[in-house]
Ligand binder design. Sequence first.
Ligand code: RB5
Length: 142
Amino acid sequence: MKLAIGCDHGGFELKQEILKHLKERGIETTDVGCPDSTSCDYPVYAKKVTELVRSGEVDLGILICGTGIGMSMAANKEPGIRAALCHDVFSAKATKEHNNANVLCMGARVIGPGPALMIVDTFLDTPFSEDERHIRRISLFS
Ligand code: RB5
């Protein structure tokens, strides 16, 4: 599995924690930035991660900003992107099983690294259900 991860200044510290965790898990990850906690524009990094997902260069993306909201809004503007804002493990599991989400968004000002790493693991380790009803519903996205 290959991942891409991006953040803005609000998500930089949490991104570092997630990168360390992914390295420990042996997961190949492309870090598109931002490179430090200097103020920056989250849509720039949403675009970089979603481009890698859309091109198939990576399987899944992770985006972190202060709330996760701006990142999820920006990511979901891109065709083929199903970005899910998750701050709990149940949602992370359900959005993979039901929505076949391909980008996980989180807000570093909403949750700490403990829950965030559990959410990341759940998101990565839960497969899409492949249920016909879920395939049909996803196909109805415009
Ligand atoms: C940056 O201050 C903040 O607006 C951003 O990280 C994010 O929360 C936007 O949705």
